[in-house]
Design a protein around this ligand. Sequence first.
Ligand SMILES: *Cc1c(COP(=O)(O)O)cnc(C)c1O
Length: 223
Amino acid sequence: MQRLLQLKARINQAAERAGRDPDSIRLLAVSKGHDIDRIRALARAGQTCFGESYVDEAMAKCQALSGQGLEWHFIGPIQSNKTRHLAECFDWVQSVDRLKIVRRLNEQRPSQLPPLNVLIQVNLDAEHQKAGCEPDVITELAAAIAAAPRLRLRGLMAIPAQRESAEQQYAGFVRLRQLFDALAARFAGVDTLSAGMSGDLEAAIAAGSTMVRVGTDLFGARA
Ligand SMILES: *Cc1c(COP(=O)(O)O)cnc(C)c1O
């Protein structure tokens, strides 16, 4: 798996430049739009965490690949009528952005599974076409998640706006990091800042991301 090795080298290099331990950054392979055989090949090469954005597509993949020790993360916009699938099939949901979704996921997480790991998605730049909550409701959502027995609050996820320069990109991730630090200071167990994709993972790692979500750089362009 040449692309996986190259990507890991890229992540390691970014970590080193930032003076960080490369093991403090997890790689989420974003497999949306790519078929099961590609996921299997990456899993054989040692990749365990996979991210999906569309519920129906994700369900088919999780079911076909169940029992192989893979960890599934949902990273797409959440429709409230699809929360049961998320609660039953995923290990993490990274795109929680409103109270209704918190309540439903908590009620629907099956009791025989461990609590569902949850990230709050933040809409950093108030882009109305993007999912995510406004920064000033993070604390309210976090308190609801922390109080939900079937959920486990782990941190924040964001997709900052595209920026012209590397400095502007970095500044966006730094704002996110500040929100993350404030959350971690208030709530136990907050350890995950999911930020950085194929085009901007260096800036995200420099600002303190602990999980990069990479599709294109790993699988090639989506159809
Ligand atoms: C598709 C997607 C990614 C991966 O983006 P690439 O640019 O292909 O690496 C990461 N995060 C989210 C939320 C996505 O929807």
